[in-house]
Write a protein that binds this ligand. Structure first.
Ligand code: CAA
Length: 380
């Protein structure tokens, strides 16, 4: 597999890095401390086409590929993991399924404004009592003529407090041996939809999330995304793409921690020399750099296969599993290298450590990724 970047990919990476370093990194600590939604950053991401990177230009997107998306996600998340996940949810969990499963009307009316960043999307699969075991959701949609009536709730909805749309998965048929589900695109200002208070979290504090409630919400059939009964496949296919985005977010967080650790190791002296001259520190930096490279290769491989139109369930799971766990190890080591300063907010590595932790949980825990990988390797 050739990872030589094309001119477009290299340019996009450079643009993302400049935006991240100039506009986002200087305020990332403040965004975290105040848990402030970065509306100005969301607008800047929109202006550069980063909210619809792999959406074709005729549908309002930047018309690039998923490798480009990964490159941009790493740069943005290196500066601010909250900004990274806001971008990732709109790209992977909203625009991608609307592009893939949507009707021409949904492409024109919903996808295009979201890909341009004029509107924001979110994704509602998880419920208070069903996270990993997603099929056991309680939210239901009942068909009454041409109308669907949706009732239930979805929680941990990233972007939920600010989004214009949410893709909701609901049980639509309980009559057979297996319940079946259908996906709907719901405007969040529809009567009967309400949002709970913002979740208080360990990290990614500026990326607000909340519970969204649906009380007898009436939807036209044109709100349906994909076929009746195909909702679980829509969700799983979407997560195959989403997991690549989260792997890229984990890369960005890990790279920030490694870069800071290298700089600190050169500047900090102990026992008469820079700590970078001690093997105890060198070995840590070597392991961090190697794990980051391995994670990046897995992530780029998954993105490149997606660009070829291949199903990437296993490759996406492997990339997310490895990148998220590596990010936790790398940010943990970064705190150790920084010693007491790492534990304080002064160098920002404690923020990276807190931010890394969620990448092992959302869009499928590490345990779920292992289940997905095992099912593929056992199939042979
Ligand atoms: N692509 C297409 N179809 C798929 C698929 C995929 N990747 N994975 C499964 N399917 C299909 C299967 O082929 C099967 O089809 P049939 O019924 O026709 O045979 C059907 O879906 C059911 O598959 P399984 O029997 O494997 O389903 P399961 O109930 O055992 O669950 C699971 C599988 C992998 C555990 C799945 O439930 C899962 O991924 N759970 C984790 C959920 C998750 O990631 N939630 C994250 C929420 S989003 C989020 O975090 C957003 C945020 O805020 C950032």
């Amino acid at each position: 597999m050739d990872f030589q970047l094309t001119e477009d990919q290299a340019l996009l990476k450079q643009t993302a890095r400049e935006l991240a370093e100039r506009e986002i990194a200087p305020k990332a600590a403040e965004l975290d401390r105040q848990a402030r939604w970065p509306s100005e950053v969301v607008s800047q991401l929109a202006e550069l086409g980063f909210l619809g990177v792999a959406v074709p230009s005729e549908h309002g997107g930047a018309g690039l590929d998923h490798v480009s998306y990964v490159l941009a996600m790493e740069e943005i998340s290196r500066a601010c993991a909250s900004c990274g996940v806001i971008m990732s949810v709109n790209n992977s969990l909203f625009c991608d399924p609307v592009l893939k499963f949507g009707t021409p009307a949904q492409h024109a009316e919903i996808l295009a404004p979201c890909a341009r960043g004029e509107k924001l999307g979110s994704f509602g699969l998880t419920e208070p009592m069903s996270g990993s075991d997603a099929q056991t959701m309680q939210t239901v949609a009942e068909r009454r003529g041409d109308t669907w009536v949706l009732s239930g709730s979805k929680n941990f909805i990233t972007n939920g407090p600010h989004a214009d749309y949410i893709i909701v998965f609901a049980v639509t048929d309980k009559s057979g041996p297996k319940v079946t589900h259908t996906a709907f695109i719901v405007p969040l200002d529809t009567p009967g939809v309400s949002r709970g208070h913002h979740d208080e979290k360990l990290g990614i504090k500026a990326a607000h999330s909340c519970t969204v409630f649906f009380e007898n919400v009436e939807l036209p059939d044109s709100a349906r995304l994909g076929e009746v009964g195909a909702g679980f496949k829509v969700a799983m296919t979407t997560l195959d793409g989403g997991r690549i985005g989260i792997a890229a977010q984990a890369l960005g967080i890990a790279r920030a921690a490694l870069d800071k650790s290298i700089a600190y190791a050169k500047e900090r002296h102990a026992f008469g020399k820079p700590i970078a001259e001690f093997q105890a520190i060198q070995f840590k930096l070597s392991d961090m750099a190697t794990e980051l490279d391995a994670a990046r290769l897995l992530t780029l491989r998954a993105a490149a296969l997606k660009d070829r139109g291949q199903r990437t369930s296993m490759e996406s799971a492997a990339a997310k599993l490895y990148a998220s766990e590596a990010s936790t190890r790398i940010t943990h080591a970064a705190i150790q290298i920084h010693g007491g300063y790492g534990y304080t907010a002064e160098y920002g590595v404690e923020r990276h450590y807190r931010d890394a932790r969620i990448t092992e949980i959302y869009e499928g825990t590490s345990e779920i990724q292992r289940i997905v990988i095992a099912s593929h390797v056992l199939k042979g």
